[in-house]
Design a protein around this ligand. Structure first.
Ligand SMILES: N[C@@H](CCC(=O)N[C@@H](CS)C(=O)NCC(=O)O)C(=O)O
Length: 206
């Protein structure tokens, strides 16, 4: 299996899921400017939409769209409980949460990375994100993870998106439960391994 990624982008979510699942895979970094991969592939032939994540399965099929990819990964290893079983109401709760992260947060952030977006619109976007973060902060006051007591693939996705706050100078400190959650998820060995593999861990001063 091969995961096409860009460091710290939304592809970090399936990257975390793959490591939490303990599956065998390799990673190939995509250069957004050239759409070439480090491994020498033309990424447009992998995903004609040109964006990460994309996961090439062992049978050659390519799966795209983060929320679909992470559910496929979770379903390969049901014992790890990275997602409730397909067909259950709890699974619909997971899909509800993944959709919220995808449409309200992930795509909510996008204008902040766009140099052509006017500051007035960026301010509206920040206010929208703040309202979303307030609801998450309230939820995480009573439970350690998005769906309750157990880590699921939705947590890897939210952790990924929260990581973007530091690139756009968004202060999360008004949401202490969210800050604590970010720390809690970051300490998971699979998350540390994914961050290290993407070159995102700060080197300790020696
Ligand atoms: N709908 C896609 C969106 C993926 C997406 O926004 N990918 C961004 C990185 S977070 C990307 O590859 N942007 C580069 C580009 O579009 O050229 C998903 O949910 O997987």
């Amino acid at each position: 299996m091969k995961l096409y990624f860009s460091p710290g982008a939304c592809s970090l979510s399936p990257h975390i899921a793959l490591r939490e699942a303990g599956l065998d895979f390799e990673i190939d970094r995509v250069d957004f400017a050239t759409k070439k991969t480090r491994g020498g592939e033309d990424f447009i032939t992998v995903n004609p939409r040109g964006y990460v994540p994309a996961l090439r399965l062992d049978d050659g099929q390519v799966l795209t769209e983060g929320p679909a990819i992470v559910q496929w990964i979770a379903d390969q290893v049901p014992d790890r409980k990275l997602a409730p079983a397909a067909g259950t109401f709890e699974r619909v709760r997971l899909q509800e949460t993944l959709n919220f992260i995808s449409t309200e947060l992930h795509k909510g952030f996008s204008p902040l990375f766009n140099k052509d977006c006017p500051d007035s619109w960026k301010e509206v976007v920040r206010q929208n994100l703040s309202r979303r973060f307030a609801t998450l902060d309230a939820l995480l006051a009573d439970q350690p993870f998005l769906l309750g007591q157990d880590f699921t693939v939705a947590d890897g996705y939210l952790f990924t998106v929260l990581g973007w706050t530091r690139f756009v100078n968004y202060d999360l400190t008004p949401y202490p439960n969210l800050v604590a959650y970010q720390t809690r998820v970051s300490q998971r060995p699979a998350v540390q391994a994914a961050l290290a593999a993407e070159g995102l861990l700060k080197r300790s001063a020696s």
